[in-house]
Write a new protein. Structure first.
Length: 256
């Protein structure tokens, strides 16, 4: 790969990362103005649930996507991509059903079970879309990756503003906007891409992917625990407003 081509590729992914972080920074005053600190705390708790949920449905499958990618064998690479999507979809359905059963009995104090379930749908869609964009990246489809990433933000940002500021939906507006954004990418970009590259996997081939990827789960859970331990402790010993103040402070610190 020439230096010019390499610099172009690096620029695309740097721009995408900076754009995503920049949008988060610019919207922070909007969120703090229109969301109560308790709502921000609820959002932090939902985000923590999504962190663990995503680890269980994805494990090390994104690593498996890179590990088994063969640039000179498109059939094998498409089979691996298809197999990973099948595994994630199956695990999502299983864990979502489990979460539905748990939430029918256990209720959060200030977060509705319905909202948590909608958020889990977002995390499932987002996991699938992440595998899709990662497949674009390793296939060096840089501008398709950029377009999909920018489109997702272009759908999410105005919907966030409308549902939170005008419809006064609070954190529900945030979650609904992100579900709509992820669903747009899934329906109009991921699904045609998946159908075009669909290759049948045997049970043995699916098991090979699982065996490779799921030893990554304990490490992922450990990292998630270190990341979310403060939120867990604050949620246990304090109210959601305290969790919200902490989440805002962490967000500012991560940006700075």
């Amino acid at each position: 790969m020439s230096l010019k081509k390499l610099s172009q590729r690096v620029s695309v992914y740097m721009f995408t990362t900076l754009l995503s972080r920049g949008v988060g920074f610019l919207l922070l005053p909007f969120y703090t103005q229109h969301l109560a600190t308790s709502e921000y705390g609820g959002l932090a708790i939902i985000d923590m649930i999504g962190l663990y949920f995503s680890i269980f449905i994805a494990g090390g499958l994104s690593t498996a996507l890179v590990r088994f990618f063969e640039p000179n064998n498109e059939h094998t690479s498409n089979r691996v991509f298809t197999g990973i999507i099948i595994i994630i979809t199956g695990l999502f359905a299983l864990l979502f059903a489990l979460a539905f059963g748990i939430l029918s009995v256990f209720q959060f104090e200030e977060i509705s079970a319905k909202l948590v379930l909608v958020a889990l749908i977002f995390f499932g869609l987002d996991t699938i879309n992440t595998i899709y964009t990662k497949h674009l990246a390793i296939r060096k489809k840089d501008y398709q990756f950029l377009f999909v990433s920018v489109l997702k933000l272009a759908v999410a940002i105005p919907l966030n503003i409308y549902l939170i500021a005008f419809e006064k939906l609070g954190i529900a507006g945030f979650i609904y906007a992100n579900v709509a954004s992820s669903l747009t990418v899934t329906l109009f970009f991921f699904l045609p891409y998946f159908v075009k590259r669909f290759v049948t996997n045997s049970r043995k081939q699916l098991w090979q992917l699982l065996k490779f990827s799921y030893p990554f789960i304990p490490n992922g859970l450990l990292e998630a625990l270190f990341t979310s331990l403060s939120v867990i402790l604050l949620a246990f010993f304090h109210d959601q407003a305290t969790v919200g103040l902490f989440a805002i402070a962490v967000k500012l610190a991560s940006i700075l």
